[in-house]
Write a protein of this length. Sequence first.
Length: 213
Amino acid sequence: MKIAILGGTGEEGRGLALRWARGGAEVLIGSRERSKAERIASELGERLGQSSARAFRGLDNREAAGNAEIVVSTLPHQGHREILEGLRQELEGKILMVATVVWPPGSTDHPSAAEEAQTVLGDSVRVVAAFQTVSALALQALDQEMHEDVLVCGDDAAACQEAIDCMRQGGLRGIKSGALKHARIVEAITALMLQINKNYGVKSAGIHITGLD
């Protein structure tokens, strides 16, 4: 499986890339600057070891989106809509997992970043909201078991299930959490998690759903 991570040079993108590559996926690191993406891809390959060096490719965002089967956006909210709008053709027919959070998070009065993406891209792109509450620090701690769950919101049930299956390849558990509009609630939870991190002087507080088989 080829997975593109737009804005993949950031901390969240790097953590997801490491998890998926370790699970056997080919990860395309996307960036506005291809040279930066190539550098990060090389660093990630070195971290996983020589046998995994080919698991990463550094490309610009357009090339990454066009060459992947599944695309993830870890882009910052500023400029998010404009970048996606410019990639409409490359994203057509694909699943787009949006990890981007409207900044500052916490309000449910306005559309989430995932809802914004769906509005910009239209129904030809299968948008799913995911990873908003998942700690980049926890993702990158490959020597530790991942206890955090991924809250998944979307209006396309099949796309949500495919996204969850994809997450499983990276050792992550996705939890179906309702319609795409519920991503607003998840973004509000992100604000809550940031406050918990601050209160306890940590950077990796996360969500784990109990009571499920």
